[in-house]
Design a binder for this molecule. Structure first.
Ligand code: SF4
Length: 373
């Protein structure tokens, strides 16, 4: 596979197969509905989309929703993608649709990974956040099936006011459940997610530092979503720890200048940090294309134009991929190429996707120098 240039090809494509879902999660990005939309992309349209995705240097493909299991043809779509050698994973909702039979089918089709959401270490916290009692127990049972089928487990957790004081307990649970990846999502106030549920900028910083220390001794990988400034915290910590070692700063130049993180442990598997529209693209249930599921600025529709054309040519996406265009402190920050802040959170809070990340406490060097003079 040729090296990936995010101006041409995304690292990850998220396809919202349907908006239908039986849950009523407090933070739901999609404001999910009980019934399927009549204009959802059809199976045939989905196949054309998968062909186009495959042609973009074969990025990872994630089926999301709503609940992907609300589509009866979900495994036919997955089968088509896997047969083309596309790596597919799925994030179904914890509802009675998650049966042993469904998981077995996923395994037979060849899905790479199954992700479950757990937002608390006990039923009280998790079920409150998911808006449905019984969701915690259902998830625990489903994880048992997954282990029986020997499928790798990913846990997704939304960090919010409701669970920020119980993160050590979450880690204990994660170890017990033998997960391979903990995907930690930082709330963006969109859909049903609200600013009052979010942790403060200082708490973000505290959680990032804790995550970095935790990542050193847990048996699973940790990645953040909408927490781009975690990359800044990792690099700052590593520079501090490597102080005095030969070439310690030079080692991080690739990250600071080009956003390339491949050489730095603890920054995930992407060769370069992804951000909304930059290595990352989202297709809605009706084919609308967005920089991410959390940034509701439509840049095209796959029924009218190929995803590859939209991804490469949209001016909005080009601007999002150019950190020198960012405003305020993100625009002058020495970490802008590796971090850049969450573009979706900037949009949700300020109405401008090029504005600064509003939940970052860092003052860039350029601004500190300005203040001193
Ligand atoms: S100021 Fe912006 S680019 Fe700099 S670390 Fe904070 S979020 Fe990242």
């Amino acid at each position: 596979m040729k090296p990936r240039d995010y101006n041409q090809d995304p690292f990850i494509v998220i396809w919202e197969l349907t908006r239908a879902c039986q849950l009523k999660c407090l933070h739901c990005r999609a404001d999910a509905q009980y019934h399927r939309h009549p204009l959802e992309l059809t199976y045939e349209e989905g196949k054309r989309l998968i062909d186009d995705i495959h042609g973009m240097n074969n990025p990872m493909l994630v089926f999301t929703g709503g609940d992907p299991l609300m589509r009866p043809d979900v495994f036919d779509i997955a089968d088509y993608a896997v047969k083309k050698c596309v790596r597919v994973s799925m994030t179904p909702s914890a509802t009675p649709n998650v049966t042993k039979e469904a998981m077995n089918k996923a395994k037979q089709v060849g899905l790479s990974r199954w992700a479950f959401s757990l937002d608390g270490h006990n039923a009280e916290i998790h079920d409150h956040f998911r808006g449905t009692s019984g969701s915690f127990d259902l998830t625990m049972n489903a994880i048992k099936y997954l282990h029986e089928l020997e499928m790798p487990l990913q846990i997704n957790t939304v960090i919010s006011r409701y669970n920020v004081d119980y993160l050590e307990d979450m880690v204990d649970l994660m170890k017990q459940l033998d997960c391979v990846l903990w995907s930690v999502f930082f709330l963006v106030p969109i859909g049903r997610g609200q600013e009052k549920d979010m942790i403060s900028p200082a708490e973000h910083e505290k959680v990032f530092r804790w995550l970095y220390q935790t990542s050193k001794h847990v048996p699973f990988d940790i990645k953040t979503t909408a927490g781009q400034h975690y990359r800044r915290v990792v690099i700052q910590n590593k520079i501090r720890e490597d102080k005095g070692k030969e070439n310690s700063v030079i080692h991080y130049q690739d990250a600071l200048m080009n956003g390339k993180t491949g050489s730095i442990d603890g920054l995930g598997r992407a060769p370069k940090g992804v951000n909304d529209g930059n290595g990352f693209i989202f297709i809605s249930h009706t084919g609308d294309v967005y920089p991410s599921g959390l940034l509701p600025v439509k840049v095209g529709n796959v029924r009218e134009n190929a995803l590859s054309n939209i991804y490469r040519e949209s001016q909005v996406l080009k601007d999002l991929r150019n950190p020198d265009k960012y405003k305020g402190k993100c625009g002058v920050c020495e970490f802008r190429h590796v971090c850049g802040g969450s573009r979706s959170r900037a949009y949700a809070v300020t109405g401008d996707y090029l504005e600064s990340e509003p939940y970052c406490v860092y003052i860039p060097k350029a601004m500190r120098q300005k203040t001193r003079h």
